[in-house]
Design a protein around this ligand. Structure first.
Ligand SMILES: *Cc1c(COP(=O)(O)O)cnc(C)c1O
Length: 381
Protein backbone atom coordinates (compact mmCIF):
# COMPACT_ATOMS: atom_id res chain seq x y z
CA UNK A 1 0.00 0.00 0.00
CA UNK A 2 1.21 3.49 -0.84
CA UNK A 3 1.51 5.53 2.32
CA UNK A 4 1.10 9.26 2.66
CA UNK A 5 2.94 11.05 5.43
CA UNK A 6 1.06 14.17 6.46
CA UNK A 7 2.41 14.67 9.98
CA UNK A 8 5.37 17.01 9.40
CA UNK A 9 4.79 18.90 12.65
CA UNK A 10 5.54 15.67 14.55
CA UNK A 11 8.72 15.04 12.59
CA UNK A 12 10.00 15.20 9.03
CA UNK A 13 11.80 12.93 6.67
CA UNK A 14 15.57 13.33 6.49
CA UNK A 15 16.58 15.25 3.39
CA UNK A 16 18.87 13.07 1.19
CA UNK A 17 21.20 16.06 0.80
CA UNK A 18 21.48 16.21 4.59
CA UNK A 19 22.21 12.50 4.90
CA UNK A 20 24.96 12.80 2.35
CA UNK A 21 26.57 15.60 4.32
CA UNK A 22 26.41 13.54 7.53
CA UNK A 23 27.88 10.28 6.21
CA UNK A 24 31.60 11.13 6.55
CA UNK A 25 31.03 11.97 10.23
CA UNK A 26 29.58 8.51 10.86
CA UNK A 27 32.56 6.91 9.15
CA UNK A 28 36.04 8.31 8.59
CA UNK A 29 35.65 11.79 10.11
CA UNK A 30 35.23 10.55 13.67
CA UNK A 31 37.43 13.10 15.42
CA UNK A 32 36.51 14.90 18.62
CA UNK A 33 36.38 18.68 18.05
CA UNK A 34 38.23 19.17 21.36
CA UNK A 35 41.27 17.13 20.22
CA UNK A 36 44.26 19.13 19.04
CA UNK A 37 45.48 16.73 16.35
CA UNK A 38 44.49 16.99 12.70
CA UNK A 39 41.43 14.74 12.98
CA UNK A 40 40.13 16.83 15.88
CA UNK A 41 40.91 20.13 14.16
CA UNK A 42 39.04 18.92 11.11
CA UNK A 43 36.02 18.03 13.25
CA UNK A 44 36.16 21.48 14.83
CA UNK A 45 36.15 23.10 11.42
CA UNK A 46 32.87 21.37 10.54
CA UNK A 47 31.38 22.21 13.93
CA UNK A 48 32.09 25.88 13.15
CA UNK A 49 30.64 25.56 9.69
CA UNK A 50 27.38 24.18 11.10
CA UNK A 51 27.28 27.05 13.57
CA UNK A 52 27.55 29.54 10.72
CA UNK A 53 24.72 27.75 8.88
CA UNK A 54 22.44 28.18 11.91
CA UNK A 55 23.55 31.83 12.22
CA UNK A 56 22.56 32.41 8.60
CA UNK A 57 19.09 30.90 9.03
CA UNK A 58 18.14 33.24 11.87
CA UNK A 59 20.41 36.17 10.92
CA UNK A 60 22.24 36.06 14.23
CA UNK A 61 25.30 38.30 14.77
CA UNK A 62 27.92 35.70 15.57
CA UNK A 63 28.53 31.93 15.77
CA UNK A 64 29.20 32.37 19.50
CA UNK A 65 25.48 32.93 19.93
CA UNK A 66 24.61 29.36 18.92
CA UNK A 67 24.58 26.56 21.51
CA UNK A 68 24.07 23.09 20.07
CA UNK A 69 21.77 20.85 22.12
CA UNK A 70 20.02 17.50 21.84
CA UNK A 71 16.91 19.13 20.36
CA UNK A 72 14.05 21.53 20.91
CA UNK A 73 13.20 20.13 24.33
CA UNK A 74 16.69 20.66 25.69
CA UNK A 75 16.89 24.12 24.12
CA UNK A 76 13.67 25.12 25.88
CA UNK A 77 14.93 23.70 29.18
CA UNK A 78 18.29 25.47 28.82
CA UNK A 79 16.68 28.82 28.02
CA UNK A 80 14.12 28.70 30.83
CA UNK A 81 15.97 26.89 33.62
CA UNK A 82 19.25 28.52 32.64
CA UNK A 83 17.67 31.97 33.01
CA UNK A 84 15.76 31.07 36.18
CA UNK A 85 18.93 29.81 37.85
CA UNK A 86 21.03 32.73 36.69
CA UNK A 87 18.54 35.45 37.68
CA UNK A 88 16.96 33.97 40.78
CA UNK A 89 18.32 36.82 42.89
CA UNK A 90 16.61 39.36 40.66
CA UNK A 91 13.20 37.75 40.91
CA UNK A 92 11.32 34.54 40.49
CA UNK A 93 8.56 35.42 38.05
CA UNK A 94 8.22 33.87 34.58
CA UNK A 95 5.55 34.65 32.00
CA UNK A 96 4.53 32.16 29.33
CA UNK A 97 1.37 31.28 27.42
CA UNK A 98 -1.18 28.53 27.93
CA UNK A 99 -0.56 27.07 24.45
CA UNK A 100 3.17 26.32 24.67
CA UNK A 101 4.67 22.95 23.81
CA UNK A 102 5.05 20.60 26.79
CA UNK A 103 8.82 21.24 26.66
CA UNK A 104 8.08 24.78 27.84
CA UNK A 105 4.97 24.16 29.93
CA UNK A 106 6.40 21.31 31.97
CA UNK A 107 9.68 23.17 32.45
CA UNK A 108 7.71 26.09 33.87
CA UNK A 109 5.71 23.72 36.06
CA UNK A 110 8.91 22.18 37.40
CA UNK A 111 10.21 25.66 38.26
CA UNK A 112 6.88 26.51 39.85
CA UNK A 113 7.32 23.53 42.16
CA UNK A 114 10.70 24.95 43.14
CA UNK A 115 9.14 28.24 44.18
CA UNK A 116 9.15 30.30 41.00
CA UNK A 117 5.92 32.09 40.14
CA UNK A 118 4.59 31.39 36.65
CA UNK A 119 1.92 33.37 34.79
CA UNK A 120 0.20 31.62 31.89
CA UNK A 121 -1.24 34.18 29.46
CA UNK A 122 -4.68 33.42 28.06
CA UNK A 123 -5.33 33.02 24.35
CA UNK A 124 -8.38 33.86 22.25
CA UNK A 125 -10.34 31.45 20.04
CA UNK A 126 -7.58 31.61 17.40
CA UNK A 127 -4.75 30.89 19.85
CA UNK A 128 -3.44 34.47 19.99
CA UNK A 129 -2.38 36.16 23.23
CA UNK A 130 -3.38 39.71 24.15
CA UNK A 131 -0.27 41.92 24.34
CA UNK A 132 -2.12 44.14 26.83
CA UNK A 133 -2.39 41.22 29.24
CA UNK A 134 1.39 40.83 28.99
CA UNK A 135 1.85 44.56 29.72
CA UNK A 136 -0.35 44.14 32.77
CA UNK A 137 1.32 41.02 34.16
CA UNK A 138 4.94 41.96 33.58
CA UNK A 139 6.47 43.39 36.76
CA UNK A 140 9.53 44.11 38.89
CA UNK A 141 10.10 40.43 39.65
CA UNK A 142 9.68 39.19 36.08
CA UNK A 143 12.89 37.62 34.79
CA UNK A 144 11.71 35.92 31.61
CA UNK A 145 8.93 35.99 29.04
CA UNK A 146 8.77 32.83 26.94
CA UNK A 147 6.22 32.68 24.12
CA UNK A 148 6.33 30.40 21.10
CA UNK A 149 6.67 31.80 17.57
CA UNK A 150 4.14 29.40 16.06
CA UNK A 151 1.99 26.71 17.60
CA UNK A 152 2.69 23.08 16.73
CA UNK A 153 -0.96 21.96 16.88
CA UNK A 154 -2.81 24.76 15.10
CA UNK A 155 0.01 26.55 13.30
CA UNK A 156 -1.16 29.89 14.71
CA UNK A 157 1.64 32.47 14.47
CA UNK A 158 2.02 34.63 17.56
CA UNK A 159 3.00 38.34 17.40
CA UNK A 160 6.54 37.72 18.63
CA UNK A 161 7.81 41.09 17.47
CA UNK A 162 5.30 42.99 19.57
CA UNK A 163 5.70 40.65 22.55
CA UNK A 164 9.49 40.86 22.54
CA UNK A 165 9.44 44.65 22.38
CA UNK A 166 7.15 44.77 25.43
CA UNK A 167 9.57 42.52 27.32
CA UNK A 168 12.69 44.41 26.27
CA UNK A 169 11.12 47.78 27.12
CA UNK A 170 10.85 46.43 30.68
CA UNK A 171 14.38 45.05 30.61
CA UNK A 172 13.06 41.49 30.75
CA UNK A 173 14.63 38.65 28.78
CA UNK A 174 12.56 37.16 25.99
CA UNK A 175 12.77 33.57 24.73
CA UNK A 176 10.79 32.06 21.89
CA UNK A 177 10.31 28.43 20.93
CA UNK A 178 10.59 28.72 17.14
CA UNK A 179 10.87 24.97 16.57
CA UNK A 180 7.78 24.87 14.33
CA UNK A 181 8.25 28.26 12.71
CA UNK A 182 11.83 27.77 11.49
CA UNK A 183 12.04 26.77 7.86
CA UNK A 184 8.36 27.57 7.33
CA UNK A 185 8.31 31.34 7.90
CA UNK A 186 11.21 33.76 8.36
CA UNK A 187 12.57 33.54 11.91
CA UNK A 188 15.16 36.20 12.58
CA UNK A 189 16.66 37.83 15.65
CA UNK A 190 17.14 41.19 13.97
CA UNK A 191 15.99 44.24 15.88
CA UNK A 192 13.30 42.56 17.90
CA UNK A 193 14.57 42.27 21.42
CA UNK A 194 14.66 38.50 21.06
CA UNK A 195 17.25 37.14 23.49
CA UNK A 196 16.87 33.39 23.00
CA UNK A 197 15.43 31.14 20.28
CA UNK A 198 14.92 27.37 20.40
CA UNK A 199 15.38 25.37 17.21
CA UNK A 200 15.13 21.66 16.42
CA UNK A 201 16.71 19.80 13.53
CA UNK A 202 14.17 17.03 12.94
CA UNK A 203 11.34 19.48 12.26
CA UNK A 204 13.25 20.89 9.27
CA UNK A 205 14.28 17.66 7.53
CA UNK A 206 17.42 17.23 9.61
CA UNK A 207 18.32 14.29 11.87
CA UNK A 208 16.63 13.69 15.21
CA UNK A 209 18.30 14.38 18.55
CA UNK A 210 19.93 17.69 17.71
CA UNK A 211 18.92 21.32 17.96
CA UNK A 212 20.18 24.69 19.06
CA UNK A 213 19.55 27.53 21.40
CA UNK A 214 20.37 31.00 20.12
CA UNK A 215 21.60 33.13 23.02
CA UNK A 216 22.10 36.78 22.16
CA UNK A 217 25.59 38.11 22.78
CA UNK A 218 25.84 39.39 26.35
CA UNK A 219 22.94 37.29 27.63
CA UNK A 220 24.11 35.10 30.49
CA UNK A 221 22.46 31.81 31.33
CA UNK A 222 23.47 28.98 33.65
CA UNK A 223 24.36 25.58 32.21
CA UNK A 224 22.03 22.67 33.01
CA UNK A 225 24.70 20.13 33.76
CA UNK A 226 28.39 20.00 34.64
CA UNK A 227 31.22 18.69 32.53
CA UNK A 228 33.66 19.91 29.90
CA UNK A 229 33.86 23.35 28.37
CA UNK A 230 32.05 22.51 25.12
CA UNK A 231 29.75 25.19 23.65
CA UNK A 232 31.62 27.88 25.61
CA UNK A 233 30.67 26.26 28.90
CA UNK A 234 26.96 26.38 28.20
CA UNK A 235 26.47 22.75 27.23
CA UNK A 236 28.95 20.16 28.44
CA UNK A 237 29.51 16.88 26.61
CA UNK A 238 31.18 15.79 23.38
CA UNK A 239 29.26 17.22 20.45
CA UNK A 240 26.97 15.04 18.32
CA UNK A 241 28.99 16.04 15.29
CA UNK A 242 27.21 14.01 12.61
CA UNK A 243 23.89 15.32 13.90
CA UNK A 244 25.15 18.88 14.11
CA UNK A 245 26.59 18.76 10.59
CA UNK A 246 23.22 17.43 9.35
CA UNK A 247 21.35 20.12 11.25
CA UNK A 248 23.61 22.79 9.75
CA UNK A 249 22.93 21.50 6.27
CA UNK A 250 19.18 21.34 7.01
CA UNK A 251 19.32 25.02 8.03
CA UNK A 252 21.14 25.92 4.82
CA UNK A 253 18.58 24.08 2.69
CA UNK A 254 15.68 25.56 4.68
CA UNK A 255 16.99 29.09 4.18
CA UNK A 256 17.66 28.62 0.48
CA UNK A 257 14.19 27.17 -0.17
CA UNK A 258 12.13 29.12 2.35
CA UNK A 259 9.83 30.89 -0.12
CA UNK A 260 9.50 27.93 -2.46
CA UNK A 261 8.73 25.53 0.34
CA UNK A 262 6.28 27.89 1.98
CA UNK A 263 4.38 28.43 -1.29
CA UNK A 264 4.34 24.73 -2.10
CA UNK A 265 3.10 23.55 1.28
CA UNK A 266 0.51 26.34 1.44
CA UNK A 267 -0.86 25.34 -1.94
CA UNK A 268 -1.14 21.69 -0.89
CA UNK A 269 -2.54 22.58 2.53
CA UNK A 270 -5.20 24.84 1.00
CA UNK A 271 -6.04 22.22 -1.61
CA UNK A 272 -6.65 19.75 1.21
CA UNK A 273 -8.81 22.23 3.11
CA UNK A 274 -10.91 23.00 0.02
CA UNK A 275 -11.35 19.29 -0.67
CA UNK A 276 -12.44 18.61 2.88
CA UNK A 277 -14.91 21.50 2.89
CA UNK A 278 -16.36 20.36 -0.41
CA UNK A 279 -16.76 16.67 0.40
CA UNK A 280 -17.21 16.45 4.17
CA UNK A 281 -19.86 18.20 6.24
CA UNK A 282 -19.27 19.43 9.77
CA UNK A 283 -15.58 20.19 9.37
CA UNK A 284 -14.29 23.24 11.26
CA UNK A 285 -10.87 24.86 11.08
CA UNK A 286 -9.02 25.33 14.38
CA UNK A 287 -6.45 28.12 14.62
CA UNK A 288 -6.12 31.42 12.84
CA UNK A 289 -7.23 31.50 9.21
CA UNK A 290 -4.37 33.69 7.97
CA UNK A 291 -1.86 34.12 10.83
CA UNK A 292 -0.91 30.48 10.48
CA UNK A 293 2.01 28.35 9.34
CA UNK A 294 1.65 27.60 5.62
CA UNK A 295 1.74 23.83 6.15
CA UNK A 296 -0.65 23.30 9.05
CA UNK A 297 -4.33 22.34 8.95
CA UNK A 298 -6.09 21.49 12.21
CA UNK A 299 -9.69 20.43 11.67
CA UNK A 300 -12.47 19.21 13.92
CA UNK A 301 -14.81 16.68 12.32
CA UNK A 302 -18.16 16.90 14.09
CA UNK A 303 -19.32 13.73 15.80
CA UNK A 304 -15.98 11.93 15.57
CA UNK A 305 -13.13 11.24 17.99
CA UNK A 306 -9.98 12.66 16.40
CA UNK A 307 -7.98 9.69 17.60
CA UNK A 308 -10.40 7.21 15.95
CA UNK A 309 -10.10 9.08 12.69
CA UNK A 310 -6.30 9.06 12.88
CA UNK A 311 -6.35 5.29 13.50
CA UNK A 312 -8.79 4.71 10.64
CA UNK A 313 -6.67 6.81 8.27
CA UNK A 314 -3.60 4.87 9.41
CA UNK A 315 -5.26 1.64 8.19
CA UNK A 316 -5.59 3.30 4.77
CA UNK A 317 -1.97 4.42 4.76
CA UNK A 318 -2.60 8.06 5.62
CA UNK A 319 -0.52 9.36 8.52
CA UNK A 320 -1.85 12.42 10.32
CA UNK A 321 -1.83 13.61 13.93
CA UNK A 322 -4.45 13.82 16.68
CA UNK A 323 -3.65 16.56 19.17
CA UNK A 324 0.12 16.73 19.50
CA UNK A 325 2.47 13.78 19.03
CA UNK A 326 3.68 13.97 22.61
CA UNK A 327 0.19 13.10 23.76
CA UNK A 328 -0.21 10.00 21.60
CA UNK A 329 -1.51 7.09 23.58
CA UNK A 330 -2.72 9.27 26.42
CA UNK A 331 -6.40 10.18 26.55
CA UNK A 332 -5.62 13.73 27.65
CA UNK A 333 -7.33 16.39 25.53
CA UNK A 334 -5.30 19.01 23.69
CA UNK A 335 -4.39 21.78 26.15
CA UNK A 336 -3.99 24.11 23.18
CA UNK A 337 -7.51 23.72 21.83
CA UNK A 338 -8.89 23.80 25.38
CA UNK A 339 -7.06 27.05 26.09
CA UNK A 340 -8.67 28.48 22.94
CA UNK A 341 -12.03 27.93 24.62
CA UNK A 342 -13.32 25.39 22.08
CA UNK A 343 -16.09 23.04 23.21
CA UNK A 344 -14.92 19.67 24.64
CA UNK A 345 -16.51 17.89 21.70
CA UNK A 346 -14.70 20.08 19.18
CA UNK A 347 -11.42 19.53 21.05
CA UNK A 348 -11.88 15.75 21.02
CA UNK A 349 -12.70 15.68 17.32
CA UNK A 350 -9.57 17.52 16.14
CA UNK A 351 -7.11 16.10 13.64
CA UNK A 352 -3.92 17.77 12.47
CA UNK A 353 -2.65 17.49 8.92
CA UNK A 354 0.80 18.97 8.44
CA UNK A 355 2.32 19.05 4.99
CA UNK A 356 6.00 18.79 4.14
CA UNK A 357 8.07 19.66 1.08
CA UNK A 358 8.11 15.96 0.17
CA UNK A 359 4.32 15.83 -0.25
CA UNK A 360 2.78 16.04 -3.73
CA UNK A 361 -0.56 17.01 -5.23
CA UNK A 362 -1.23 13.30 -5.76
CA UNK A 363 -0.87 12.79 -2.00
CA UNK A 364 -3.51 15.40 -1.33
CA UNK A 365 -5.86 14.08 -4.03
CA UNK A 366 -5.54 10.63 -2.51
CA UNK A 367 -6.43 11.95 0.96
CA UNK A 368 -9.42 13.83 -0.46
CA UNK A 369 -10.52 10.68 -2.28
CA UNK A 370 -10.35 8.44 0.79
CA UNK A 371 -11.23 10.73 3.69
CA UNK A 372 -14.97 11.27 3.06
CA UNK A 373 -15.58 7.50 3.13
CA UNK A 374 -13.51 7.05 6.28
CA UNK A 375 -15.32 9.90 8.04
CA UNK A 376 -18.79 8.67 7.11
CA UNK A 377 -17.97 5.10 8.17
CA UNK A 378 -16.95 6.36 11.61
CA UNK A 379 -19.96 8.65 11.85
CA UNK A 380 -22.26 5.72 10.99
CA UNK A 381 -20.90 3.56 13.81
C1 LIG B 1 8.77 19.29 18.41
C2 LIG B 1 8.72 20.50 19.26
C3 LIG B 1 9.56 20.66 20.37
C4 LIG B 1 10.50 19.57 20.82
O1 LIG B 1 11.59 19.42 19.97
P1 LIG B 1 12.44 18.06 20.04
O2 LIG B 1 13.60 18.32 19.16
O3 LIG B 1 11.53 16.97 19.54
O4 LIG B 1 12.84 17.86 21.46
C5 LIG B 1 9.50 21.82 21.08
N1 LIG B 1 8.64 22.81 20.73
C6 LIG B 1 7.82 22.71 19.68
C7 LIG B 1 6.91 23.84 19.34
C8 LIG B 1 7.82 21.55 18.91
O5 LIG B 1 6.98 21.44 17.88
Amino acid sequence: MKTIYCDANATTRLDPEVLQEMMPFLTEKYGNPSSIHALGRDAKKYLSKARRQVVALIQAESPEEIVFTSGGTESDNLAIKGTAERLKEKGGHIITSSVEHSAVLNTCRALNEKGYKVTYLKVDEFGLIDPDELREKIGEKTILVTIMTANNETGTILPVEEISSIASAQGVLFHTDAVQAAGKIPVTVKGKGVDMISLSSHKINGPKGVGALYVKEGTKISALHSGGYQESGRRAGTENLAGIVGFGKACEVALKNLDKRSLKTKKLRDMLFEGIKEHIGGAELNGHISERLPNTLNISFRGIEGESLVRAMDLEGIYAGAGSACKAGSPEASHVLEAMGLSPERVRSAVRFSVDKFNSEEDISEIIRKLPGIVSRIRDL
